[in-house]
Design a protein around this ligand. Sequence first.
Ligand SMILES: C[S@@+](CC[C@H](N)C(=O)[O-])C[C@H]1O[C@@H](n2cnc3c(N)ncnc32)[C@H](O)[C@@H]1O
Length: 368
Amino acid sequence: MTISRSPTPDLSSLTIKDGGSADEKKKKGEADSFVRRDLYEERQTLESGIGVFATVVIPSGTRIFCEESVVMLPDAAGQLELYQAVKALSGGKSQMYWNLAGSTKPSKDVGWIDTLRSSCEEDATENFNTLVEEHEQAWSIYETNRFICRSLDGPKTSLGVFPASARINHSCSPNVFHRYSPTIDRLTVHALREIQPGEELVTSYIDICHPTAVRRQILKHWGFRCRCAACDSPDDEEDHRRKKIEDLYTKLKGLEKKRASSTKEKGYEKFMNLVTRVIKLLEKEGMEESDTLGVAYKTAVRVGMILGTTDRERLVEWAEKAVGIEAKCLGEDSKEYIAATRLLEAARQSQLDRMDETKITNSSSLLD
Ligand SMILES: C[S@@+](CC[C@H](N)C(=O)[O-])C[C@H]1O[C@@H](n2cnc3c(N)ncnc32)[C@H](O)[C@@H]1O
């Protein structure tokens, strides 16, 4: 399998935020921010607001967005914290924020309004209503456009708004992949396959392993019904496979929890069995492009090595596939890619060790 590399474009004229020279940034361990406006344009669509459309052929693996957030808050933050953060934005960023789409309904929880009232002057009733509306609009924009941002070293999550990437609409059969990269503190968006001029760039806002009914339910948060091929003409077999993948993942998570809390090394065969089934189903489902399959390959290689699986060639093949997927979906500066390359090295080494073992066994039997 060939390992796809993200092309390294000339970004000099495309940087949208300049926080110092490239050398200074390297020293601080930061990446340049860029948005490849030479590859796409924003256009009004008939049914899904503004969308992002390719203007040229975009090769698979291209990093199209590498964007800093304008707002990033802990996931427990509410309307009041958000409003303060938005109010603190400088002119250009503030305009970018308020120009974004807001399509979620106002929250039923109104406790924050009482808190806001108690901090306001008594005779400011008229202004107060406007203030509440502004808070609601800021919150709706936040809920419509925020992406999950996981920290490097643990379960801590924040939610960030990245104004250029926020224009990308959803599809359950996406052609780009987005994820916040904590190593570079940017949201990256990569092409999952070659994209043709005129094609809309679409990402999945949700886990694409969910069956159609579940996807529909979750997408209600954004106030639309997805019209992609998988949603418009759901195929029972495909739904059954996605449901199976979801169930297997739930079982795997359960097993992992048990294993992590136990001192005994057990359950690995069961783990391997489950993850091999997940890989087969994902491959059958045509999800070779998804990071989900990359995670499954990496898990299988780790468990295979712990078990001392004799088929080392297969472990190397899976690790190579994981490296290819992570390079394409997340880029070579991502922690996922680095983990996959380390795993590949280990798998190759264990394959060599295995060859040595075979040689020794063969020669021993000859001497005997
Ligand atoms: C993150 S924004 C995407 C950009 C947005 N279309 C705009 O005009 O700025 C998410 C919102 O876009 C719309 N949207 C995204 N994907 C859609 C889809 N597949 N069908 C219909 N509307 C969609 C929904 O209103 C959703 O709440």
